[in-house]
Design a protein around this ligand. Structure first.
Ligand code: AMP
Length: 210
């Protein structure tokens, strides 16, 4: 199954992607994680993306489209994949269509902006493996240490309150129109994010069935 997860930054896409990935045995492709990885290893892509990312803006379409084009040719995508954080603009969705990529379902996770602002401040990530945690909702076994790879957990630069405000604005302006795009294609399923992660996961898994 080829899936897209839509939703504002901090709506819990990454966490739900992990749940679906385990359930369906298909990989998650997160453009955000790929860019952060490139930043860490100091590649040209990382250099180009840094200023956009740090300010909460979107990285230019042509850069992320190229990333996705390459990533989707890898062997692990043959039986399906979950796109987390791509597409984020109408031109990105159109590029995906032009690549001939068939999308089976788009799951949009809806969470109100004020809830997101509160949630994002507690979010912690592992820069080594991309796993995400939360100080209240999804604690690591040992505080500040990644359960999966043992690296140190940090707060993303772009999770600081002012940047989050900017990212929410960018989401409403540029990414939210994708809901109508995929609704018109008959692919959109809306899931309302719940207080408990597991309750949202149950709704997400049900949305895959229906
Ligand atoms: P994320 O981890 O998905 O929240 O992405 C973090 C940041 O990476 C975003 O705020 C953008 O600067 C950049 N980014 C990730 N995916 C995309 C995309 N599809 N289009 C443009 N910028 C992206």
């Amino acid at each position: 199954m080829n899936l897209i997860l839509l939703g504002a930054p901090g709506a819990g896409k990454g966490t739900q992607a992990e749940v679906i990935s385990e359930h369906l045995h298909i990989p998650t492709i997160s453009t955000g994680n790929i860019i952060r990885e490139a930043l860490k290893s100091g590649t040209e892509l990382g250099q180009k993306a840094k200023s956009f990312m740090d300010s909460g803006a979107l990285v230019p379409d042509e850069i992320v489209i190229e990333i996705i084009k390459e990533r989707l040719t890898e062997d692990d995508c043959q039986n399906g994949f979950i796109l987390d954080g791509f597409p984020r603009t109408i031109p990105q969705a159109e590029a995906l269509d032009r690549m001939g990529v068939q999308i089976d379902r788009v799951i949009d996770i809806e969470v109100a902006d004020d809830v997101i602002a509160r949630r994002v401040s507690g979010r912690r990530v592992c820069l080594a493996c991309g796993a995400t945690y939360h100080l209240d909702y999804k604690k690591s076994k040992v505080e500040g240490v990644c359960d999966k790879c043992g690296d140190t957990l940090v707060q993303r630069k772009d999770d600081h309150p002012d940047t989050v405000k900017e990212r929410l604005q960018v989401y409403h302006d540029q990414t939210e129109p994708l809901k109508s795009y995929y609704e018109a294609a008959g692919k959109l399923k809306i899931v309302y994010g719940q207080e408990e992660v597991k309750d949202t996961s149950a709704l997400v898994l049900a949305a895959l069935e229906g």
